[in-house]
Design a protein around this ligand. Structure first.
Ligand SMILES: Nc1ncnc2c1ncn2[C@@H]1O[C@H](COP(=O)(O)OP(=O)(O)O)[C@@H](O)[C@H]1O
Ligand SMILES: [Mg+2]
Length: 344
């Protein structure tokens, strides 16, 4: 961090006030409080006054669309620290597993993944599988030992992480560590701003949800037609089936993408190669198994984070597609898909 940066930087509160003004939005009082706490907790990292650290970071949780990523990302960009890293949980855990698979210890893999950052923003601190969850404790311990400022966002309070009763007990000590070392703050506004706002949300939201199979519309949108038979697409060691040659669009049926044993790793790799996706025939999700629902949730998480442009075809409007799904993460999926223009 340079002296010049420190001197030039305004308070985060001021930077946020300016950003809100520029976007024409009003920060709600939950958001104002979060901004104040972010400023207070991070002060020892950002000032040279030798101030004592009260916490090693902040754990921000709340329902989708409350502004968690908005504020955490703004903090990330604003924070006058030279070495900072922002990660998204799917990509981060895949990277860690790959590093571990190449040999070496878990700690070594974690150190390679975090590098020498002073600030780590961990967007969507969500855990679905015990393999990921078991990496959290060594990750937190290393981050805290090394004095890295950690800002995590999640849809769940720490106590609800890895809720599966089969595994939860094994995660209790990590929850205690979060509670001890991080300030836990809820962003509990009533509105899902994502569903309300009409601002530009990036390429993801320039796709659409098509509720009828009108060929003229598909043509107008530049969407591909299905080939006479499915085509094989190699991703790592796995072969996926696509509906047309992977050119402008990566073109899947819902069943080939979510009912086959595909994995987050596949979606991450494909996103790097194909920025536009078309997923056909998304069913009412309550009718498919929780494993299939979870794959669809993961696909949408990855496409949203990587800002791929997404088109879906379905026979039911969005509320019916997600209605009756018990996995809590479906709220996040709903919030994200609500950004897609609907063509009916
Ligand atoms: N106070 C606000 N007024 C209007 N829009 C807002 C406000 N706070 C956040 N937003 C917008 O709402 C959208 C969702 O916010 P985001 O931070 O992605 O939510 P999440 O809590 O799910 O991470 C973003 O486009 C963001 O710019
Ligand atoms: Mg978010």
């Amino acid at each position: 961090m340079t002296e010049a940066l420190r001197q030039d930087s305004v308070l985060f509160q001021h930077a946020m006030a300016q950003l809100a003004q520029k976007k024409g939005i009003t920060l709600d009082h939950h958001q104002q409080r979060l901004i104040t706490r972010l400023e207070a907790v991070s002060a020892p990292w950002l000032t040279s006054s030798g101030q004592k650290k009260t916490y090693c970071g902040l754990y921000i949780w709340g329902e989708p669309g409350r502004g968690k990523s908005f504020i955490a990302d703004a903090f990330f960009h604003w924070a006058p620290l030279a070495k900072k890293k922002r990660v998204h949980f799917h990509a981060f855990f895949r990277e860690l597993h790959q590093l571990i698979a190449r040999g070496g210890s878990v700690n070594q893999a974690i150190l390679t993944a975090i590098g020498d950052c002073q600030l780590l923003c961990f967007d969507e601190f969500h855990l679905h599988d015990i393999g990921d969850a078991m990496l959290i404790k060594p990750l937190l311990e290393l981050l805290f030992q090394r004095g890295v400022l950690l800002i995590a966002t999640s849809n769940h309070p720490p106590e609800d992480l890895l809720a599966n009763p089969l595994y939860h007990q094994r995660f209790v000590s990590s929850i205690a560590l979060i509670r001890q070392q991080m300030e836990v703050i809820a962003l509990a506004g009533e509105k899902d701003y994502r569903t309300l706002s009409h601002e530009e949300h990036g390429p993801f939201s320039t796709g659409g949800l098509l509720l009828n199979g009108d060929q003229a519309l598909r043509q107008r949108l530049g969407l591909p037609q299905s080939a006479p038979a499915p085509l094989a697409l190699q991703v790592g060691y796995r072969t996926l089936q696509t509906l047309s040659p992977a050119q402008d669009f990566l073109h899947f049926s819902f069943s080939a993408l979510c009912e086959a044993p595909t994995a987050v790793m596949d979606y991450l790799q494909l996103c790097d190669r194909y920025p536009q996706w078309l997923i056909e025939e998304v069913p009412e999700l309550a009718r498919v198994s929780p494993a299939v629902q979870q794959r669809f949730i993961n696909v949408i998480d990855v496409l949203y984070d990587r800002q791929c442009r997404l088109f879906l075809t379905a026979h039911s409007p969005l509320p019916r597609l997600t209605r009756g799904v018990e996995l809590e993460d479906i709220q996040r999926t709903f919030s994200r898909l609500s950004l897609l223009p609907v063509y009916q």
